[in-house]
Design a protein around this ligand. Structure first.
Ligand SMILES: C[S@@+](CC[C@H](N)C(=O)[O-])C[C@H]1O[C@@H](n2cnc3c(N)ncnc32)[C@H](O)[C@@H]1O
Length: 258
């Protein structure tokens, strides 16, 4: 039966066989691996993935698409909003502690999905996501560039990330208005021990006025926390490397490096 793409679910279905093949090769699924796909849609990626894996868990919000997918004997379908899914519990239900996660994400909620998964980083082996190209540019950005921001710091603190593939709008039906790309995210083996909430507040304060020097955006914030250490506030937020934000958050809590 024909499915009309639903805009509210960010539905853009992959149709280009060469692109689908390139994405699956980048993911490199192996038999028996525990993988979950977010937003399988009409199964463009799902089918080649499950052929290689043997079994695949999928999370789909669209009730009609979930009903179709349930007919596939090798899929376990969770009909849910991915932002409500407990990935640690999902990993346990699949008999693993480390999940592989993949998906051509709905772009309207891609940043919330990335932050949701950050909570479950300890239950993840790796993540491969198709996203708007500009979002991936922000994820993998280097300091002192206009793409470097809150998303960069909060993700680079926990993941090694790589832009692995460019995908043009014509690879989808209907084509999105933006260019896309695929990112590989691998959790760091030895992340710094830091209070994530504090780091998040710090980074938010720093980038709240990104064109100004940090003494304007962060000075007062540090004063309120009675910070007496050394930190150069004569810079803009985008000039501070991830490791320095982490070290500052550690100094604020007295946490030692792991
Ligand atoms: C960009 S489409 C990708 C579809 C398919 N994987 C493909 O590549 O052709 C995004 C998919 O995510 C689903 N989706 C949208 N919002 C979702 C949510 N909150 N939770 C789970 N799935 C969602 C959509 O219904 C759709 O199937």
């Amino acid at each position: 039966m024909q499915h009309v793409a639903r805009k509210r679910f960010g539905q853009h279905f992959l149709t280009d066989p060469a692109i689908i093949d390139a994405i699956v090769r980048a993911i490199d699924p192996r038999p028996g691996q525990a993988m979950v796909e977010i937003g399988p849609g009409l199964a463009a990626l799902t089918q080649p993935l499950v052929e290689r894996l043997g079994r695949l868990a999928v999370i789909e919000l669209d009730r009609d698409l979930a009903a179709r997918l349930r007919k596939h004997p090798q899929l376990s379908v969770t009909e849910a909003d991915v932002l409500q899914v407990d990935f640690a519990a999902l990993a346990a239900s699949l008999g693993t502690t480390k999940l592989r996660v993949a998906g051509n994400l709905p772009y309207n909620i891609s940043t919330p999905i990335l932050f949701h998964l950050l909570q479950y980083v300890d239950s993840v082996q790796d993540q491969h996501f198709m996203l708007q190209k500009e979002v991936i540019a922000r994820m993998v950005a280097r300091p002192a560039t206009s793409d470097y921001g809150r998303l960069t710091v909060m993700l680079q603190w926990r993941y090694e990330m790589e832009d692995v593939l460019f995908v043009p709008p014509q690879a989808f039906d209907p084509p999105p208005k933006v260019d896309s790309a695929v990112v590989r995210m691998v959790p760091l083996a030895q992340p710094a021990a830091v209070d994530e909430k504090l780091l998040s507040e710090l980074v938010q304060a720093a980038f709240s006025q990104r064109r100004k020097l940090l003494r304007h955006s962060l000075g007062k914030w540090l004063e309120q926390r009675q910070f007496a250490g050394a930190f150069d506030l004569q810079r803009r937020a985008e000039e501070v490397p991830v490791a320095e934000y982490v070290a500052l958050a550690q100094a604020l809590t007295g946490t030692e490096r792991a």
